[in-house]
Design a protein around this ligand. Structure first.
Ligand SMILES: [Zn+2]
Length: 192
């Protein structure tokens, strides 16, 4: 079966037992938001105990506090009432395995999927690529703990973020499923 058919079949089963979820309110009932990585091993609904309607989950590569992640967080509190935020990065994040220079070089030579080996990512596809990658800040991660601290600090200092919202910083351990606090981030995210 194709991925498309698998997804549509799964959705058919989901919708068949949708029940009361059709009556859920738009604002998240538990009034919090999680910014986390898109990594396929992370399931925020499971690792944080969420049901439909509970919380906002904002995901991107790395769970970074990009301008667009902040856009979503601002909408989350200003229009939909969230009052506590989590920034959750994780161990073994793919964003640690390359730099801006590396991904720009890879994309400049080929648009096909690169291979990840012991020496990092290498191109195995053919060209042409594109120089457009030079205009993107890829927000790669050099140190997992430090990236959580940086992102929490950036959100805390943002002029559109009220000082009263606590921001918690955690690293999800992909080998145990556990959320491990990053104390420097929690400190940086204290209400001011
Ligand atoms: Zn990741």
């Amino acid at each position: 079966m194709s991925v498309l058919d698998e997804v549509l079949d799964a959705n058919e089963a989901y919708a068949a037992s949708f029940g009361e979820k059709g009556q859920l309110a738009l604002p998240p009932a538990r009034r919090f938001a999680i910014l986390t990585c898109m990594d396929a091993r992370l399931d925020p609904a499971k690792y944080a105990g969420l049901a439909e309607g509970d919380a906002h989950v904002i995901r991107n590569a790395g769970g970074r506090a990009s301008d667009d992640a902040i856009r979503s967080l601002v909408i989350s509190y200003k229009l939909l009432g969230t009052a506590e935020w989590f920034v959750v990065h994780h161990t073994d994040c793919g964003m640690e395995f390359f730099t801006d220079e590396v991904i720009r070089g890879l994309l400049a030579s080929s648009l096909e999927t690169a291979a990840l080996g012991p020496d990092g990512f290498t191109d195995v596809g053919t060209g042409p690529g594109s120089a457009e990658a030079n205009y993107i800040d890829w927000l790669t991660i050099a140190d997992a703990q430090e990236s959580v601290v940086e992102d929490v600090a950036r959100i805390r200092a943002h002029p559109l973020v009220p000082g009263g919202i606590p921001i918690y910083g955690y690293l999800y351990d992909v080998t145990t499923g556990r959320l491990v606090e990053v104390p420097g981030a929690t400190k940086a995210g204290l209400p001011v």
